[in-house]
Design a protein around this ligand. Sequence first.
Ligand code: COA
Length: 172
Amino acid sequence: MADFLVREARPEDAAGIIAHVKRVADEPNNGLGMSSAADFRFTEAEEIEFIQKAAQADNALMLVAEADGKIIGMAHCGSGERGYAHTASLGITVDRAWRDKGVGTALLEFMIDWCRESPGVHRLELWVFPDNPRALHVYEKLGFQHEGNRRSSYLKDGTFKDLILMGMVFER
Ligand SMILES: CC(C)(COP(=O)(O)OP(=O)(O)OC[C@H]1O[C@@H](n2cnc3c(N)ncnc32)[C@H](O)[C@@H]1OP(=O)(O)O)[C@@H](O)C(=O)NCCC(=O)NCCS
């Protein structure tokens, strides 16, 4: 098994997280809403605030995967307001060199366990493009259910793409 660890993000991770997300965003067919790193506009100060907010919330979580002191993956879930405050929506990225080594699974297992125990979260959900088979496989493996297909809902690089909604509900 590859040597990495998964933990909650700390403010000092901000620059490493930004660099990581920009690396993934700059890949062709990156699986993300962003077309390239230019679409990621958080400053380091804003990223620090984002991490601190998640650390204080019972309906948000920011995780990193670290190897040899470098951020090689991240996962975040955050909730909406009022009636959506219990619904956490997730995003996840792993550096290309680290894919298919269990990093994404480890990040999501940590997140699912945390959400299951957190009183602020009743539901965890995500959107995924249908042409992202690796992500779909991991989500299905971990128990997310297909809940719908939002046809032609996202315009990316001149193409209207479908988005699949997947979710899991924590019954207590
Ligand atoms: C999706 C992502 C987070 C998964 O992380 P990862 O570290 O590669 O995932 P893991 O190594 O834990 O698991 C990968 C699994 O997918 C499987 N897989 C790889 N390519 C596949 C394919 N083309 N079709 C189906 N399954 C595939 C692997 O065999 C492995 O299966 P297993 O867990 O049953 O052994 C990562 O690939 C990524 O960051 N992709 C780019 C950004 C992205 O798409 N983010 C998600 C947006 S919704």
